[in-house]
Design a protein around this ligand. Structure first.
Ligand code: PLP
Ligand code: ZN
Length: 435
């Protein structure tokens, strides 16, 4: 069976050719997903083949996404694939963070090591490949950050014309800088996310634009491979928990789908539980998870958090996200700005750091171990979604004690490490260093 697009809604499940340019189900408006038959062959052989590809010099094999191409078979061939060697992100042990989070041990899967510094690259290499295959000349997204940076990079590398729409005044400087440097035409529009999206949809057909927003099902396919790579790196030992931040909920949808497929294909014997962490001022998915009626999500009209990558009031992939959290026996947690800030500083001291949204994972783990939901001895993989340098302004404010929550409340900078201004005086410096 060739790949198809299927409506995610249980009561619809309509199918469409994989080459049809649709972003939602034309029948019911539901989310779409790519579906295919199980790859041929034996799980043990695939595992060996994927491991062998790590020593190959072929570009596709060197990609931490396309190395697992048997799992993402939506293309007829690989002519259109552009890889910047995305994925290949490390699993890092972090004793300091484990202790802070109330765990004996923690491992971070650090997606900030990607070419543009976030997990969006895993998905974007697939989204852009699909755009090329469809013959698009331009690609576009509405994004407050990492999606823009990633799309700009991959589209430019592929010779496409990237167009970015940003809700005015709503982006961290590092991310905007990347979009500009990678050559995206960037429009800062004075409207909110939903208004801009409607505008772009109107323009898409007229201008030959293929949309690479968060619901794009091919981006989800690429992000699935984060779980395959993580398991490959662990010799296929399944962790008890996978913890990640939640914004539009594309990533939890991707992880859940990827893990379910790995189980269905016989590559793993059980599913890890998925724990999604949101920021308190932007936690509609947390509210949904807690509600007795989970049939619709109540959007947060004015989402607020300094963690801009998860500042999403109306998460578009919530039906998929909810399905994956419940199927895996997972949970949804929320954390305060203070908890994110401190957890972030602790991750920094582990020697790698992350952007604010990523630190919600450790803050959430600390709460979930305190509540007894996650046991101290549990085998936990937390996904750090973005690089430490994405948001240097936040870091500088934290360490100089000038970081305020969105409502203006000063945050306690418990782990502040401010720079010290000193004259060129050896005695004085030695004294400051305690000698
Ligand atoms: C996009 C992003 C998120 C949120 O992911 P969703 O798939 O929207 O839930 C979290 N952290 C970072 C760094 C991101 O770039
Ligand atoms: Zn449908």
């Amino acid at each position: 069976m060739p790949a198809e697009l299927a409506c995610f809604e249980e009561r619809c499940r309509a199918r469409f050719p994989v080459t049809e340019i649709i972003y939602n189900c034309p029948r019911c408006g539901g989310l779409l997903e790519a579906v295919y038959a199980a790859p041929e062959g034996h799980p043990a052989d695939w595992k060996r083949m994927w491991r062998d590809r790590r020593t190959s010099n072929a570009p596709l094999d060197q990609s931490g996404v396309w190395r697992y191409r048997e799992l993402i078979g939506f293309l007829d061939d690989f002519r259109h694939v552009v890889t910047l060697r995305e994925g290949n992100t490390p699993l890092l042990d972090a004793p300091r963070a484990a202790q802070y989070g109330g765990l004996d041990r923690i491992t971070f899967k650090h997606q900030g090591f990607n070419p543009t510094g976030s997990f969006k690259d895993n998905g974007m290499t697939c989204g852009v490949a699909q755009a090329m295959r469809l013959g698009a000349r331009r690609v576009a997204c509405v994004s407050t950050g990492n999606t823009s940076a990633s799309m700009a990079a991959y589209a430019s590398a592929a010779g496409l014309d990237p167009v970015i729409f940003i809700p005015h005044g709503n982006i961290s400087f590092g991310k905007l800088a990347q979009a500009l440097e990678y050559g995206a035409r960037t429009f800062q529009v004075e409207a909110n996310f939903d208004q801009i999206l409607a505008l772009v949809r109107q323009l898409a057909e007229r201008l030959g634009i293929y949309l690479l927003n968060s619901i794009n099902p091919f981006r989800i396919e690429g992000q699935k491979t984060i779980m395959a790579e993580m398991l490959d790196q662990r010799d296929w030992r399944v962790p008890d928990w996978v913890v990640l931040p939640g914004g539009n909920l594309g990533n939890v949808s991707a992880f859940g789908k990827g893990l379910r497929e790995l189980k269905a294909f016989g590559l793993i014997g059980r599913l890890p539980r998925l724990a999604v962490v949101q920021a308190e001022g932007s936690a509609p998915f947390y509210d949904l998870y807690r509600a007795t009626d989970r049939s619709h999500l109540n959007a947060v009209t004015h989402p607020e958090t300094l963690a801009t990558a998860i500042k999403i009031g109306d998460p578009i992939s919530w039906p998929k996200g909810l399905h994956e959290v419940t199927t895996s026996g997972g949970v949804v947690e929320k954390v305060t700005e203070q908890e994110i800030a401190d957890a972030k500083a602790v991750i920094g001291r582990c020697g790698f750091g992350c952007e604010p949204a990523s630190a919600a994972t450790l803050a959430g783990i600390r709460k979930l171990t305190a509540a007894g939901t996650i046991a101290a001895g549990a085998d936990v993989v937390a996904v750090l979604t973005g690089n430490v340098l994405k948001d240097p302004d936040y870091i500088h404010r934290y360490h100089t004690g000038t970081l305020n929550a969105p409502d203006g409340t000063p945050l306690r900078c418990t782990f502040a490490n401010p720079p010290v201004v000193v004259s060129a005086d050896a005695e004085r410096i030695a004294a400051l260093l305690g000698n």
